[in-house]
Design a protein around this ligand. Structure first.
Ligand code: ADP
Ligand code: MG
Length: 235
């Protein structure tokens, strides 16, 4: 068997609050192969974003193991997490998370430039990616001058700059109308096919989840086997 791109073993997360620990994830076991497209579903508050943030090395598990690309990344320092994010992970958010005072080209190129890639090289790659997502004429526009769908295209271009093996998308169509959301999902799948990128997609929309090879359902911080077992999911 080839090494999976992502493997979690008994992954748990507890937030320490004033009234003691609140368990949010309890013993999540996941295996995701290179090149898979997986939809992560479950009702609001079931722990989807928490899980995605741990998979994206934006957060750390309280217990359990997270193995990314064959290496255990459960206990990395913040600096090490940043390095792993840069090389392994692209992140796309529901609300785009673009820098409002930077142009589309800068939003896409700056993260790689700050990571040490010469500006001209980062901008060249950014131009190619902006062109690939259909925005070659929008590089000098600021986010406020772009539509929601265009902003998400900028965010997708930014996420793919370092050719990460894994793209994590938290409700990427959640702020878009249905037609634009469909265009964004088609674009994500085209990029997946061209680049072999694995995609883990959080969505509560069954029609968006249909794009995935496989669906995983979360309920109360645990993986459950069927949509019926995940309250609020499609029966
Ligand atoms: P989902 O994305 O499935 O809606 P989340 O992962 O955002 O769920 O949240 C799961 C649970 O964890 C919720 O009850 C939420 O209130 C709680 N939670 C999320 N982030 C924090 C945090 N930083 N501190 C404390 N509790 C949190
Ligand atoms: Mg969420």
């Amino acid at each position: 068997m080839p090494t999976p791109v992502i493997e979690t073993v008994e992954l748990s997360k507890t937030y320490e609050g004033a009234v003691g620990g609140v368990p949010v994830l309890s013993g999540v076991d996941l295996t995701i192969e290179y090149g898979e497209v997986v939809a992560l579903r479950g009702p609001s508050g079931s722990g989807k974003s928490t899980l995605l943030n741990i998979l994206g090395c934006l957060d750390r598990p309280s217990r359990g193991r997270y193995v990314l690309g064959g290496s255990d990344v459960s206990g990395l320092t913040r600096e090490e997490q940043a390095w792993v994010r840069l090389h392994y992970i692209g992140f796309v958010f529901q609300s785009f998370h673009l820098l409002s005072h930077a142009t589309a080209l800068e939003n896409v190129s700056l993260p790689l430039h700050y990571a040490g890639v010469p500006r001209s090289k980062a901008e060249q790659t950014a131009r190619e990616l902006l062109s690939r997502v259909g925005l070659n004429h929008r590089g000098s526009h600021f986010p406020a001058q772009l539509s929601g769908g265009e902003r998400q295209r900028v965010a997708i271009a930014r996420a793919l700059m370092s050719r990460p093996p894994v793209l994590l998308a938290d409700e990427p169509t959640g702020a878009l109308d249905t037609r634009t959301g469909t265009e964004i999902m088609r674009l994500l799948l085209e990029l997946h096919r061209e680049r072999g990128t694995s995609i883990i997609l959080v969505t509560h929309d069954p029609s968006v989840a249909e794009y995935a090879d496989r669906q995983i359902f979360l309920r109360d911080g645990k993986v459950v086997s069927t949509p019926e077992a995940s309250l609020g999911a499609r029966s």
